[in-house]
Design a protein. Structure first.
Length: 321
């Protein structure tokens, strides 16, 4: 693929490369001859510490840093961890950007969660022009704000040092190697686990949180990995760029699709006492299409099928990861 030629011969650090999204980015990078560095916490590297960031980047001297490092999970994961999530993500984002500029990294690719968009603005789709026009949703503010702040810091580094960082705002991603444990799983993975286990145990019903009305933009992780590498090769603006499908999927349609793929015959029960989160999160993709000359190709049904197949084959590992 032509866009992958950009990475040939380059040294690339993928922070968070052992995680869900980072591992798929690395799979794509291995299709070309480049040197990939995957920092590992088990080796004592903690990007919440300036000294670890500057030491690691000074030793590896990468041309490119791709920042997928994050402490995150679904809505339930945030309860009781708000301060920890804020500090962890703020420190990682700031120190990785700062030290990348200090050691002479040529390009910094910053992965930003879509929850950093305003959470209370009712609109058909969220476009980059509206990114700064409102407060974050209270259910995820302590994670979303540090990601938003990293974009501000990238802009500041551009103005002061002409440092090249790009900031890619990702729709909700799903796919093989996602978190399926009850504490960290997001809506799609959580529903796959619930419905799969209901079928295994012959349960007559499955509880779905909320009303089923909220809509989300679900991006298959392999499409997401391709998109950020395409953007890395062709985009140099410091302004945010949405990476998404542009397709609005309600929670109820998502649950019914998963139910169909798994072939579960029971009933879905919506618990309206549980939070919905923001009502709509669909992303505009006009800028992405123009910049990348590309749109994601994996249908929701195909993506869910591949995810369920992986989950089934890796069940014991998946529910504890």
């Amino acid at each position: 693929m032509s866009y992958l030629k950009y990475f040939e011969g380059k040294k690339i650090v993928v922070a968070g490369g052992n995680g869900f999204f980072g591992s798929h980015i690395i799979n794509k990078l291995r299709e070309v001859k480049c040197k990939i560095f995957i920092p590992r916490t088990k080796n004592g590297i903690d990007f919440r510490r300036y000294k670890d960031c500057i030491s690691y980047l000074s030793k590896t001297k990468p041309d490119i840093v791709i920042n997928c490092a994050a402490n995150q999970g679904g809505i339930a994961y945030h309860v009781g961890k708000q301060a920890d999530l804020f500090l962890d993500n703020m420190l990682m984002g700031m120190f990785l950007l700062q030290t990348s500029q200090e050691v002479g990294v040529k390009k910094f690719i910053n992965i930003v969660a879509g929850c950093s968009y305003p959470g209370y603005v009712e609109c058909e789709e969220m476009n980059e022009e509206e990114y700064w026009n409102g407060e974050l949703h209270e259910s995820i503010f302590s994670f979303g704000f540090p990601r938003k702040a990293s974009i501000v810091y990238g802009l500041a580094l551009k103005k002061q040092f002409n440092f090249n960082s790009i900031h890619l705002i990702m729709a909700n991603m799903y796919g093989p190697r996602e978190h399926f444990n009850s504490e960290q799983s997001k809506a799609l993975a959580g529903l796959i686990k619930k419905i799969y286990e209901a079928k295994m145990n012959n349960l007559p019903t499955v509880e779905v949180w909320g009303t089923g009305k909220p809509t989300r933009d679900w991006l298959y992780v392999k499409d997401g990995a391709e998109a950020i590498l395409r953007a890395s090769a062709s985009y140099n603006g410091v302004e945010p760029l949405n990476i998404a499908t542009g397709v609005r999927i309600s929670v109820s349609k998502l649950a019914e699709t998963i139910k169909q793929v798994i072939d579960y015959k029971g009933k879905l029960i919506y618990n309206t006492d549980k939070p919905d989160g923001a009502l709509h999160k669909t992303f505009g993709i006009k800028k992405m299409q123009k910049v990348l000359n590309w749109i994601p190709s994996t249908s929701l049904e195909k993506g869910i099928k591949e995810t369920v197949e992986w989950f089934s084959k890796n069940y014991e590992r998946a529910i504890t990861y």
